[in-house]
Design a binder for this molecule. Structure first.
Ligand code: GLY
Length: 463
C-alpha cells in the first residue's frame, strides 16, 4: 500500500466535490471457478483500491456526507480462517493503513443503508459490474437489475473520474514500474521467438516473467500470428518462418497499476520487405502522433493525425488513394484500423471503464464520433498534465471485412481493392506505448522503450 495519508487525501479531495447523502464504495468478493472454495485469483475493485488500498475480499465502505462519517464494513477472520490462512490482521488494523477510524461488521452495512434511505438520505453508488454486488444492491436498496447503471450516481462517477484521471507522483512511479516489468515480458519474447515454437510457449513464459516480479498480467495476454484479429487470445498456433507475431501484454504491479504494450515481431528474426513496408507506416504513425501529445491538445485530434499518417503510408503503398484527409474524415482508413488510438490507463488497463467510457474519455467539449472505426476511440478529451494513456495504432488486413466492403464497393474512391487482394493473408501489425502527459509535452513510460524500430527489433532478436 501507499502511505496512509495518500488514501486519506484522496477521500478528502473526493469529499470536496460531493454534495449530500451516503456514498457507497463496494469492494469485491471472491469469485468461485468451479466450486465455492476454488476461486479465481482475487482482484479488488479499483475504486475501492484508490480510496482505501485494501486488497481484501468482502469489504465495503461508506462516506456519509450528512453525518460526517466514514466507515469500513468487513468481518474479522475467525479461528477456522486462521487454521487455513494463517494469522490475519484485524479489520481495525487494516483500516488504520488508510486512516479510517470506524469499522463495523459487514452485516451492519445493510442496516446503515436501509436506515439512511428511511430518513430520506440519497444513496450514491457507482455502476456495479459484479453480479454479487448487483444482487446486494437489489436486495438492500431495491434497485432493479435492469437499472443498475441508470440508477448509479453520475455526480459520484464524475467526481471519482476527475481524481483518478490525473495521476499522482506515487501512481506515476508505480506505472513506470509496471512498464519496466512489461519491458522484460516483451523482450523475453523477442529473445525466445523462433520458428517451431507454439504461441503458448512464448505466452506462458511472458506470463511467468510477470509472476516472477510479484506481478500478474494486467489483462489476458494477446500473442498471435493472426494479428488481424484485434484481441486474439488463442495461443495454439505453431510459428513458422515468415510469420509475424503480434504480442499485446502488460503487467499489473503488486500495487495494482497496469502497463500495456504491443510489439509485432518477425518470427524468423527478420522482416520481409513487404512486412517492413507496412511496419514502417505503423511506426511512423506511433512516433508522429506521440510527438503531438501535450496538455491542451484533444486526443481525438491525435487519433485523427495518427490515422492520416497511416492512410498516407497506405497511399504510398498503393492500397489507398485520393484525398487522405477526406478519407480519414469519412472513415475509409477504418478498413485497416478499425479501432481507436488509445485509452486511459492506471489501476485498470482500460482505466475506469466500469464507470463508463463516455465519462472517462469524453466531456462536454469533446463528444464521440459515430463513424465506424473512430467510434471505437475510448479517449477523445483534451489532454492534461498527469494523464496516462496508450498510443496504439495498427494496420490490419481482415479478410472478412475486406470482402464486405469490396462487395459494397465501399469508399471505392479511397481504396484500391485490386491491389488489396495481395495482402489478404498478411495479418496485422500494432505498436503500443504508454504515455504520460507532462507539463509541456509527454514521455514514454518505463525506464527504456521496448525495441521498436525495424533495426532495433532485428538486432535484438539476432542477439
Ligand atoms: N491492450 C489490450 C487492450 O487495450 O484491451
Amino acid at each position: 500500500m501507499f502511505k496512509p495519508e495518500v488514501y486519506k487525501n484522496r477521500r478528502e479531495n473526493l469529499k470536496k466535490s460531493l454534495s449530500t447523502g451516503v456514498y457507497l464504495i463496494m469492494g469485491n468478493n471472491e469469485t468461485p471457478m468451479n466450486y465455492p472454495a476454488n476461486t479465481f485469483h482475487f482482484r479488488q475493485d479499483s475504486n475501492f483500491l484508490y480510496f482505501y488500498g485494501l486488497d481484501i475480499a468482502g469489504m465495503s465502505a461508506i462516506i456519509d456526507m450528512d453525518n460526517g462519517k466514514e466507515i469500513i464494513f468487513a468481518n474479522d477472520v475467525d479461528i477456522d480462517d486462521i487454521i487455513w490462512m494463517g494469522p490475519q490482521p484485524s479489520i481495525k488494523e487494516l483500516a488504520q493503513k488508510c486512516l479510517i477510524e470506524e469499522t463495523q461488521p459487514f452485516a451492519k452495512l445493510e442496516d446503515y443503508l436501509k436506515n439512511a434511505k428511511k430518513t430520506g438520505q440519497k444513496i450514491h453508488f457507482l455502476p456495479p459490474y459484479k453480479h454479487d454486488n448487483m444482487i446486494y444492491l437489489n436486495q438492500v436498496l431495491g434497485i432493479p437489475f435492469a437499472k443498475m447503471k441508470e440508477e448509479s450516481s453520475l455526480e459520484f462517477i464524475l467526481a471519482v473520474i476527475a481524481l483518478r484521471n490525473v495521476k499522482e507522483q506515487v501512481e506515476i512511479e508505480e506505472i513506470d514500474r509496471a512498464c519496466n516489468i512489461g519491458y522484460l515480458m516483451h523482450t523475453t519474447s523477442m529473445k525466445m521467438t523462433k520458428p517451431g515454437l507454439y504461441e503458448r510457449e512464448i505466452a506462458g513464459v511472458m506470463e511467468g516473467v510477470s509472476l516472477s516480479y510479484g506481478s500478474v498480467p494486467s489483462f489476458p495476454i494477446i500473442l498471435t500470428k493472426n494479428g488481424q484479429t484485434l484481441h486474439n487470445h488463442y495461443h495454439g498456433n505453431l510459428l513458422k518462418e515468415g510469420d509475424l507475431l503480434l504480442q499485446d501484454a502488460g503487467a499489473q504491479t503488486p500495487l495494482f497499476y497496469a502497463s500495456d504494450n504491443t510489439r509485432t515481431i518477425p518470427v524468423s528474426g527478420k522482416f520481409t520487405s513487404k512486412q517492413k513496408d507496412v511496419y514502417q507506416i505503423v511506426l511512423n504513425s506511433i512516433n508522429g502522433s506521440i510527438k503531438l501529445m501535450k496538455p491542451g491538445v484533444k486526443y481525438f485530434d491525435v487519433h485523427i493525425a495518427a490515422c492520416e499518417i497511416l492512410a498516407a503510408g497506405l497511399k504510398d503503398l498503393g492500397l489507398m488513394k485520393g484525398d487522405i484527409k477526406e478519407a480519414v474524415k469519412l472513415g475509409a482508413h477504418a478498413l485497416f484500423m478499425p479501432h481507436g488510438l488509445g485509452h486511459m490507463m492506471g489501476l485498470d488497463v482500460h482505466d475506469m471503464e466500469d464507470l463508463g467510457q463516455i465519462h472517462v474519455g469524453y466531456d462536454k467539449h469533446t463528444r464521440p464520433s459515430d463513424i465506424f472505426g473512430t467510434a471505437f476511440l475510448r479517449m477523445g478529451r483534451e489532454l492534461k498534465q498527469g494523464y496516462v494513456l496508450t498510443n496504439e495504432p495498427g494496420i490490419y488486413f481482415i479478410p472478412e471485412l475486406i470482402d464486405i466492403w469490396k462487395k459494397e464497393n465501399k469508399f471505392a474512391e479511397f481504396i484500391n481493392y485490386d491491389k488489396l487482394q495481395g495482402y489478404r493473408d498478411f495479418g496485422g501489425i500494432r505498436l503500443e506505448d504508454d504515455i504520460l502527459i507532462t507539463e509541456t509535452g509527454s514521455r514514454i513510460m518505463g525506464e527504456k522503450r521496448i525495441p521498436i524500430s525495424v533495426e532495433e527489433i532485428e538486432s535484438f532478436m539476432r542477439k
